[in-house]
Design a protein around this ligand. Structure first.
Ligand code: NAI
Length: 643
């Protein structure tokens, strides 16, 4: 199905005669439409009365115009269909059914995946949100499967989320462009290893400057160095000196693995703007988009530099807590103190709180390391070497933690891995994501490879073999790809192993009283994702429309992806993949989704591994007493060694 958006937009988004292509009615159903409205001074910026049906006209504030006005947003373009762009755009579309949201990316394959039944990223609940917004919802059906006569128009919605490679055309008709492209660390040249590589961001900004229409709001969604707003202004000035484009900073705080929950109920939405009338009006327009589902008091407006810097600061502070507790774990191992008990004790202090105090292998993923590196570089460039050194230490401690974990494995295996097979359970940097980027597991593999093991078997329930192999290609060992085997079956990975290393906190690795089968409906992604039972009450706000309870697993967790029957019946049927679909082939070849997420049977693992059944828990997820009972010799970070 061709999902390329039509190109009928006018030149100016503030023009009430705009012929912007908006979703066809009926589009009235959204999870939660909030009708809050406000006014802004007429003389400050070209404005027009509110046209949206869900936003009532009327109301005024002293000194402001007599009827409610706002900058009208009908088309949103999001550049970058990645971990941030895709889910964020889907959430905005879901909650703003009258607005057309188009995600563009240069990567054709990624766009194709977003338009297919195999989304390119795995996030619990993402598929439901995308399907509802991308495909629309049909009216409900009655018990016999016929259209339910009691369902009115308001229970349906038209598609308003699109994925496309038509970057220039989509930008040209957008009222708001959100730049969500990758901003990795520079690999070469000035600042290599620390400074942010702004190549993709600069390219996207040039595209916006070239193709956007007058008044288009440019939003920094990517994590960028402080003062990037100035870079955007410089670029737009070079390309379109006659026009003024309001620039906003709207950093994203979602975490992979919980992206949908985070987007659905954000702690805060930060919007940084220039303190000009057009900047303020643009910030208010963006706030309107979020206010469709985020309480107004959680939408915070800052000056643009604060907004840019607060994202780097938030990640640096979170990472700092991890490094802090990990530094204590090293002391615990030498003293007999238990880092778990310490974390619990200090976490009870409300000034400290319990979050991010779990000792383990350290942080990974595409954000923490590069954002701290960026902060360090920023401090240094500003002539603040002490500040740079302070944050640098967070990274140093993180590297130290993973190195000492891997070196301890080698030491406990008598300083020789020759002829030995090592098993790695979990490659992703955290549970519930298939993102293989910047995983601490890669450094562990690197150190193990230096010792010349016979083989290293990796099992991860979500990371694909291709992604893991791509990451391995960065390792110096020429034989890395031959020595490492990526297994689809955890028991195959453990067979004949001299040491099993748990490197991701996947729930399936936790010791269960008995292996609990997951009662799940088949889903399109190879993963069955689970939320806490409370989540579906918010997710899509569907249960309030449903008399049925969503399916649950044996342990009471609700299976996201298996919505109540009545809602499933309202999702549009997904187009079949063509014959030879690589993803379908992969799913059919690999273990079923059920098996991949089943709790590990550790008693079975105990029969497969070599004596003395060495087990290294890099995430402190295993139950020491239970593992001991199964005959494992468990080594844990932050507790004195018993081996
Ligand atoms: P990603 O690498 O998954 O996606 C970026 C996408 O942008 C790619 O698909 C790429 O093809 C596309 N792209 C690059 N230049 C383009 C251009 N000129 N035109 C069209 N498409 C273009 O990156 P991810 O993880 O989504 O991160 C995006 C930004 O969000 C980064 O700055 C990151 O630091 C930040 N962020 C990431 C979070 C995460 O958990 N991944 C969380 C919060 C922020």
């Amino acid at each position: 199905m061709d999902r390329t958006p039509s190109l009928t937009g006018s030149e100016d988004c503030t023009d009430s005669s705009s012929n912007c292509s908006v979703p066809d009615t009926p589009a009235n159903w959204s999870p939660n439409v909030v009708g809050e409205h406000y006014s802004i001074p007429m003389d400050e910026i070209a404005l027009q009365p509110v046209m949206r049906a869900d936003l009532p006209l009327g109301g005024s504030r002293e000194g402001r115009i007599s009827h409610s006005v706002r900058r009208q947003i009908r088309n949103v373009c999001c550049i970058g269909a990645g971990y941030v762009g895709g889910p964020t755009a889907a959430m905005i579309a879901l909650h703003n059914p009258h607005i057309r949201v188009t995600v563009v990316d240069r990567d054709e394959r990624r766009v194709r995946a977003w338009n297919s039944r195999h989304l390119p990223i795995h996030e619990p609940g993402l598929s439901d949100v995308v399907r509802a917004a991308r495909d629309g919802l049909r009216p409900g059906v009655d018990g016999t499967g016929r259209a339910d006569a009691s369902n009115d128009e308001s229970s349906t919605r038209a598609p308003n989320l699109f994925f496309s490679t038509a970057c220039a055309e989509t930008i040209a008709e957008a009222d708001v462009v959100m730049i969500s492209v990758n901003t990795p660390t520079k690999r070469r040249g000035q600042g290599a290893g620390r400074a942010t590589d702004m190549t993709a961001f600069e390219g996207a900004t040039r595209d916006v400057a070239t193709h956007s229409r007058r008044g288009c709001i440019i939003v920094e969604k990517s994590t960028v160095p402080c003062k990037t707003g100035q870079l955007i202004n410089n670029i737009t000035q070079q390309h379109r000196p006659e026009l003024d484009f309001p620039v906003l900073s709207n950093p994203e705080f979602l975490s992979e693995g919980t992206a949908i929950k985070d987007l659905m109920r954000p702690d805060r939405v930060i919007i940084g703007c220039e303190t000009t009338p057009s900047g303020t009006a643009a910030a208010e327009a963006l706030a309107d988009l979020y206010a469709s589902w985020v309480p107004r008091e959680r939408i915070v407006t800052n000056n643009i530099w604060s907004a840019e810097l607060c994202k780097l600061t938030a990640n640096a502070m979170l990472a700092q807590r991890i490094s802090s507790i990990n530094s204590i774990s090293a002391i615990c191992e030498r003293t007999g103190a238990d880092v778990g008990e310490i974390a619990k004790s200090i976490g009870l202090d409300r000034r400290i709180g319990p979050q991010f105090l779990k000792a383990g292998l350290g942080f990974g993923g595409s954000c923490f390391r590069k954002d701290i590196a960026s902060l360090t570089y920023l401090a240094e460039s500003l002539g603040l070497p002490e500040v740079a050194a302070y944050w640098e230490q967070v990274l140093t401690m993180n590297n130290y933690q993973r190195d000492r974990f891997a070196l301890n494995v080698v030491a406990k295996l008598n300083n020789s891995l020759r002829g030995k097979k090592i098993t790695i359970l979990g490659y992703a940097f955290k549970k519930d994501t298939g993102d293989a980027r910047e995983s601490p597991a890669l450094d562990v593999v690197r150190i193990l490879l230096e010792e010349g093991p016979k083989s290293i078997a990796i099992f991860d329930p979500l990371c694909s073999e291709a992604d893991i192999r791509y990451e391995l290609s960065a390792l110096p060992a020429a034989d890395a790809q031959d020595i490492v085997k990526v297994c689809a079956d955890p028991y195959e990975a453990c067979e004949d192993s001299s040491a099993v290393l748990v490197l991701t906190d996947w729930d399936m690795f936790k010791l269960q009283a008995r292996p609990a089968p997951v009662k799940a409906q088949p889903v399109d992604s190879p993963m069955i994702a689970r939320f806490s039972p409370s989540t579906p009450a918010e997710l899509l706000h569907l249960p309030q429309r449903s008399k049925q309870t969503p399916p649950t697993t044996d342990r009471g967790a609700v299976v996201v992806g298996s919505l109540p029957e009545e809602i499933l019946a309202r999702l549009q049927p997904q187009a079949e993949c063509g014959t030879g679909c690589e993803e379908c082939l992969l799913v059919s070849k690999s273990m079923g989704s059920k098996q991949r997420q089943e709790a590990m049977d550790w008693s079975r693992v105990a029969t497969l591994v070599r004596q003395p059944k060495m087990l290294f828990d890099g995430r402190n997820v295993l139950d020491a007493a239970g593992m001991d009972a199964l005959g494992f010799r468990l080594e844990t970070l932050g507790r004195a060694s018993t081996i």
